[in-house]
Design a protein around this ligand. Structure first.
Ligand SMILES: Cc1ncc(COP(=O)(O)O)c(C=O)c1O
Length: 381
């Protein structure tokens, strides 16, 4: 019998204008958008309360103490310390993805994106009239990973200018190895490509693999890349809106900042406070979270054993990537909705026949959702 955890607590989010909990009727269990049904760490709540008590909410810049907390976090977890002058504070990561494409490539340029992937990585080039080149993730053994031969072919195209990476990969839950990153870097260097690496899920690794920031590989990788990170997924503070970019190359940073000026606001002051508290004092909570999520991932694996649902190695994120294609469902989203579970359809990421299930919730809620899913599938046979 496992010990009770504070993550077991069921929190009613239905009255809090939550995107996740407002999309579907009340009897549906929402397991879609990537936020978790957990309270943020106590250190974050305390820091916010203290700042709110202050009562004055004027224009605010990111303090040095936040930069130091980010540097300490990166040093501790990835043995990488971004220079303070290279860190750009942002109100979110999605706007940074779009901005990178618009500021660092030209109309008609080819942007290479390993996919299926979180849809803003493909939307960013599409919405900016760039050529989107999707490189298929393939199953190697039981692990989703980028097909390096196809990537090499794409990089050879004369109009190729940028690779957009998602590491750890969402959906698919792959953590890139050093070998893979070095191979990608070698191609980027050979063909003079910029690499934008969305690393928002990097603190949600559920095994003992390290996260390796692309920019930490070597000097050339640092000079040709933009690293995007945030505390939002890890500490469940997405609604506050904070992310940061690390751009070591002064020219790229200048282009990014020029494109951003007057359009993308600074992060709001509560977001800055929450980010600093999370990075400075959230370690214990974070370690407990990873344990709990690992238990949830293992629960799913156990629950689907003996069914025709397939799940490859799941190394990171709280987003299970389930292959339900064996059931030939005409419309998986509708099917599971009718069963009482709101999932993300794989089609939205470029992979029909798959579903993405958010297991950042209490074990009880996950068990209920899995029960509904499996009962509905059972009724088909
Ligand atoms: C890979 C990835 N990037 C970015 C985001 C969203 O970032 P933000 O909320 O900071 O805009 C998500 C959210 O699910 C994500 O999975």
């Amino acid at each position: 019998m496992s010990q009770a955890s504070h993550f077991d607590e069921i929190i009613d989010r239905t009255q809090s204008h939550s995107d996740k909990w407002s999309k579907y009727p009340e009897d549906v269990i929402p397991m879609w958008i990537a936020d978790m049904d957990f309270e943020a760490p106590q250190c974050v709540k305390d820091a916010l309360q203290e700042r709110v008590q202050d009562g004055v909410f004027g224009y605010t810049f990111a303090p040095k103490s936040l930069v130091s907390a980010i540097q300490a976090h990166c040093q501790e977890r990835y043995q990488w310390q971004p220079h303070s002058a290279h860190i750009v504070h942002l109100p979110g990561l999605v706007c940074a993805l779009h901005l990178c494409v618009r500021a660092l490539t030209e109309k008609g340029d080819r942007v290479i994106v390993p996919s299926p992937v979180y849809y803003h990585l493909t939307k960013a080039p599409e919405m900016a009239d760039r050529e989107l080149d999707r490189i298929s993730f393939v199953l190697k053994g039981n692990r989703w990973s980028v097909d390096l031969d196809t990537l090499a072919q794409a990089c050879q195209q004369p109009d190729a200018k940028m690779i957009l990476l998602c590491n750890p990969h969402n959906p698919g839950a792959t953590v890139y190895t050093r070998q893979e990153l070095e191979a990608i870097h070698a191609l980027a260097e050979q063909h003079d490509l910029i690499v934008v690496s969305d690393e928002i899920h990097c603190d949600l690794i559920l095994n003992d693999q390290p996260h390796i920031p692309f920019a930490s590989l070597n000097d050339d990788a640092a000079q040709r890349s933009v690293t995007l990170m945030a505390p939002s997924k890890t500490f469940n503070i997405a609604g506050l809106g904070y992310a940061f970019a690390v751009i070591s190359n002064a020219k790229l940073r200048q282009r990014f900042n020029q494109a951003r000026a007057a359009l993308i606001p600074a992060p709001n002051l509560l977001a800055l406070v929450a980010a600093e508290a999370a990075y400075s004092d959230g370690q214990t909570w974070h370690a407990q979270l990873l344990d709990y999520l690992t238990g949830n991932r293992d629960y799913i694996r156990h629950a689907i054993a003996g069914t025709r649902i397939k799940m490859a190695d799941h190394d990171a994120t709280y987003l299970a990537w389930l292959d339900v294609s064996d059931y030939s469902l005409e419309d998986p989203h509708k099917f599971f909705l009718e069963a009482g579970v709101g999932i993300s359809d794989g089609e939205g990421f470029g992979a029909p026949g798959f579903i993405r299930l958010n297991f950042g919730c209490s074990r009880q809620q996950l068990q209920n959702a899995m029960h509904r899913i499996l009962t509905a599938l059972d009724s088909l046979s």
